[in-house]
Design a protein around this ligand. Sequence first.
Ligand SMILES: NC(=O)C1=CN([C@@H]2O[C@H](COP(=O)(O)OP(=O)(O)OC[C@H]3O[C@@H](n4cnc5c(N)ncnc54)[C@H](OP(=O)(O)O)[C@@H]3O)[C@@H](O)[C@H]2O)C=CC1
Ligand SMILES: Nc1nc(=O)c2c([nH]1)NC[C@@H]1CN(c3ccc(C(=O)N[C@@H](CCC(=O)O)C(=O)O)cc3)C=[N+]21
Length: 279
Amino acid sequence: MTLLDGKALSDTFKQTLTSECKTLKEKGVVPGLAVVLVGSDPASATYVGMKERSCEAVGIRSIMHRLPESTAQEALLSLIDTLNKDPQVDGILVQLPLPAHLDSDAILEAITPCKDVDGFHAINVGKLSQNLEGFVPCTPLGVMKLLEAYAINPKGMDVCVIGRSNIVGKPMMNLLINAGATVTVCHSQTKDLKAHTLRADLLVVGVGKPALLKADMVKEGAIVIDVGINRTDKGTLVGDVDFDAVAPKCTFITPVPGGVGPMTIAMLLSNTVHAAKNR
Ligand SMILES: NC(=O)C1=CN([C@@H]2O[C@H](COP(=O)(O)OP(=O)(O)OC[C@H]3O[C@@H](n4cnc5c(N)ncnc54)[C@H](OP(=O)(O)O)[C@@H]3O)[C@@H](O)[C@H]2O)C=CC1
Ligand SMILES: Nc1nc(=O)c2c([nH]1)NC[C@@H]1CN(c3ccc(C(=O)N[C@@H](CCC(=O)O)C(=O)O)cc3)C=[N+]21
């Protein structure tokens, strides 16, 4: 069993991005990422803080917008309009989830596709589904880079993705289909999850339920990617995979923390630098 070390790989990506930012700076370009946080959800505040620090470390200017929980739809749309027009801003990230009174879909569609470094705009979603170039959501993109770094080619593999969200499961499905895998996508309405997981050469789990994937659901020799992030009562982080029981059956598996999470941030930085190069 080999651990897929997302922390180490993300550091490698950050090193490359640091030198790319240096080159851009010589040309007078400092990549800028605007991060919009509405409300005071503690998990979101932590992630946003991590994104801010990572930007700084590689030479991206992070422009934070912390808005109160009570922010109105129109006020947020107007901020996005300003950021869309700001030449110093290459990427715009609106931290999810937004408070329930806001219409997330309308807000994400208001971001100009060329600054949509999360890859959530319908234009970028459509491009990914057609295997055309565009911004790809950071988490699934990070998974692809992690596989690539360990010479794991999904072509021809039977893959099972658990979760069908716009941020994880669906873009993951598209990337894997584009890479030549045969993909089954499972979700809360799936009748017999185990029947699907047991056939998979590669499993990607993004649900948000600790120990959802158990050892008897995994084929011997499978590759397991755990996207889940769950905080336990003790304050530790666990994924969606019953790691200690599943890992011995795997050829490769990601840890949580230190797997997919750090890759997500590295891909956000990478998408932002890419956007700056396209200025
Ligand atoms: N590592 C990282 O960088 C990131 C990690 N995450 C983590 O990934 C997890 C998923 O996030 P996200 O996609 O945003 O979450 P969502 O809640 O949007 O989606 C969860 C998905 O899991 C499915 N699901 C729920 N229960 C079951 C079940 N018992 N069996 C099978 N499928 C089930 C849901 O099905 P249905 O559609 O039918 O409701 C849904 O498709 C979370 O733990 C989140 O914290 C998220 C983003 C980045
Ligand atoms: N617009 C938007 N884009 C996102 O990409 C987005 C979002 N909203 N909302 C929330 C989710 C979640 N997410 C994570 C990013 C990094 C880690 C990460 O770095 N995790 C570390 C541990 C961090 C810790 O210790 O808390 C790890 O797994 O090793 C996790 C989760 C991005 N998301």
